[in-house]
Design a protein around this ligand. Structure first.
Ligand code: ZN
Ligand code: ZN
Length: 213
């Protein structure tokens, strides 16, 4: 399969979060998705692609996904898009949270909040935004226009789903969001999750223990 987009995955932070450099192969323009930290490695990966970065995309406000976004934005002169406004309280708290976790974190103020139905672009590639709360209130996922790939964050994993044992977590909302918005996608749609290996919608629809019944 040849995607109009390619992803170079860079696991970052002690949480081994899958930061990615997403490159539109037609234009050689890139977005950096969820730069939680380890920015030297993120920038080395960007250099390896040879692509021109144009923006930072955030799926949600958790520290392993967002703590490096402000510094990277300043260093490379890139705008930040996402997540949904409902994660503002998490982005506002990243510095204090980082200090508690021993991870360098800075508050993030996105230039653009995302909502259900919005379109996000990387070069010529267009993604539609789905708002799927539950793991965090403002979590968004991004579906490539040809439905070949989903930038999934911490919603749906290979054989699992995002944790919801936070004060603001909502297990039922997460399950219904996945069932209503992701499972209707084609079997072959690849899901790039925030942790662990990639999977497909068909595989998860069939065997993910959280999604049966
Ligand atoms: Zn998370
Ligand atoms: Zn995560």
């Amino acid at each position: 399969m040849s995607y109009p987009i390619k992803f170079l995955i860079v696991p970052v932070t002690p949480f081994q979060q899958n930061c990615s450099v997403a490159v539109c192969t037609a234009t050689n323009r890139a977005a950096i998705v969820d730069p939680g930290g380890d920015l030297d490695r993120v920038k080395a990966a960007l250099e390896e692609t040879g692509a021109t970065p144009e923006k930072i995309l955030l799926t949600h406000g958790h520290i392993d996904h967002a703590a490096g976004a402000t510094t990277l934005s300043e260093e490379l002169g890139l705008p930040i898009e996402g997540p949904h406004l409902a994660d503002k309280f998490l982005l506002d708290d990243l510095e204090a949270h980082g200090a508690r976790m021993g991870i360098p974190g800075r508050k993030v103020v996105p230039g653009r909040w995302l909502e259900e139905g919005d379109e996000v672009t990387i070069g010529d590639c267009r993604f539609s935004v789905l708002h799927i709360p539950g793991h965090s209130p403002g979590h968004v996922v991004m579906v490539l226009s040809n439905k070949e790939v989903v930038i999934g964050g911490d919603v749906l994993f290979d054989g699992s789903i995002g944790r919801t044992d936070f004060p603001y977590g909502d297990h039922d909302a997460l399950i219904s969001g996945i069932k209503e918005k992701l499972l209707p996608l084609p079997d072959e749609t690849v899901v790039l999750p925030g942790h662990g290996q990639a999977t497909t919608i068909g595989r998860e629809r069939q065997s993910n223990p959280f999604l049966q019944g």
